[in-house]
Design a binder for this molecule. Structure first.
Ligand SMILES: Nc1ncnc2c1ncn2[C@@H]1O[C@H](COP(=O)(O)OP(=O)(O)OP(=O)(O)O)[C@@H](O)[C@H]1O
Length: 248
């Protein structure tokens, strides 16, 4: 079986400045993979390369064995890769239910004609209700997205990203800006809704990373210096020196 996601020899330069300097990375289907590294290491740039916002200066990126580097973000999205942003990306004047319904419609509805779609309303509503339940947002069903707490907005944002039907999910610091209780709740939610999905996340919170990830890659100055299980990463001397030894 091909890797869900594979980067081979990826470089990114901005002008003359090399930011990503030869990254090879393979993420297996169903794996939860975290990318960690010091500030400015190039984690966001890597995400921008994978999601199509930037094109690699060199190298290739493949999704399920098919090349995606060079495609536009919406084309990559159509092929099953979806990215959730740190800044929430919701329809603020729509309710929680409507936001979920919208991403389901976007995922499943575009192929059908309008009248066909009308016949599918019941199924769509049912699926949106199930997502409310999975996200623990049933009690907030009819609240406008703009009136949710920050943590609820992030939960809904992650939910709409996944409800959209993608099977490879990129999460950008999913617990940033949350208190401890919210963080634990969000981790449990991510763990539940990404079952059977491939997850790649950038996260600064080591508690989250070591609990959630099956594998961890350490990016330092645009290169992956280690890619391994959490236990092996914790024990890796080069990683400790480059990163974990710092006050994070
Ligand atoms: N569009 C751009 N043009 C020029 N330089 C850029 C651009 N985007 C990022 N950089 C530079 O690339 C380097 C890596 O930035 P990036 O945001 O990818 O790091 P990061 O690991 O995500 O950092 P952080 O953990 O602080 O979010 C930084 O020095 C940044 O200034």
């Amino acid at each position: 079986m091909s890797d869900a996601l594979r980067l081979a020899g990826v470089h990114k330069r901005f002008g003359e400045t090399p930011i990503i300097r030869g990254v090879d990375l393979a993420v297996a289907p169903g794996e939860r993979h975290a990318i960690i590294g010091p500030n400015g290491a190039g984690k966001s740039t890597l995400f921008n390369l994978i999601s199509g916002r930037y094109t690699p200066s060199e190298g290739e990126i493949a999704l399920h064995g098919k090349r995606i580097s060079g495609l536009a973000p919406h084309q990559i999205n159509r092929r099953g890769l979806s990215r959730s942003f740190q800044i929430t990306n919701l329809f603020q004047n729509m309710t929680v239910f409507e936001n979920l319904r919208c991403s389901l419609l976007w995922a499943h509805g575009y192929k059908y004609s309008f009248w066909h779609l009308v016949g599918r309303q019941a199924a769509l509503n049912e699926a949106a209700e199930q997502w409310l339940e999975r996200l623990g947002l049933t009690a907030r069903r009819d609240v406008l997205a703009s009136l949710l707490t920050y943590a609820e907005q992030r939960t809904l944002e992650i939910g709409t990203t996944i409800a959209g039907g993608a099977d490879v999910i990129l999460l950008d610091e999913p617990t940033a800006g949350m208190g401890l209780a919210e963080r634990d709740h969000t981790m449990a939610m991510i763990s539940e809704v990404t079952r059977d999905k491939t997850l790649l996340m950038v996260e600064h919170d080591m508690g989250v990373v070591f609990e959630l990830a099956d594998r961890i890659s350490v990016l330092v100055y645009g290169q992956i210096i280690a890619s391994d299980t959490p236990e092996a990463i914790r024990a890796n001397a080069a990683v400790q020196e480059a990163y974990l030894g710092e006050a994070h």
